[in-house]
Write a protein of this length. Sequence first.
Length: 150
Amino acid sequence: MTRHLVSAYAASRLLEKDRQTIERATRSLEPDGYERGKPRWRLARIVHALNARAGRNNGGAGADLERRFAELEKRYDAVRTAPTLDERRQLAPAFFAFLADTEDMMTADARQHSEDPRLTSFASPSIPACIWPRCGMRSAGTSTRSLPSF
């Protein structure tokens, strides 16, 4: 069985990435072989190098967001399952402040990855739009940082 080796150009076409991105990722990789004097790599190694590079450039923001989402779920469940209305009202300001901070992190992460930050908004059918102004949130995906008054 022969190994199928690809050039940086071929990998860029197959992976729909810029050729320069592939070349930066393969700069530290030892070629698996050469054809006509040009380096070639297995596609799996290039993908692995790209993923490692993306994790380095990400700065761990994805993992931070995942942890925040888990914490957000816990806080939401605590507010939702509080036995009395007074207890829910006590927990709600901290929950909404945490929600606003999380949304700000999502917006910053979207900007860092050249995505439209408006798509990171938490506004959804499960959260009535009338609540957003009370908790200091705008529907465009950014917060005003003010706490709700209950």
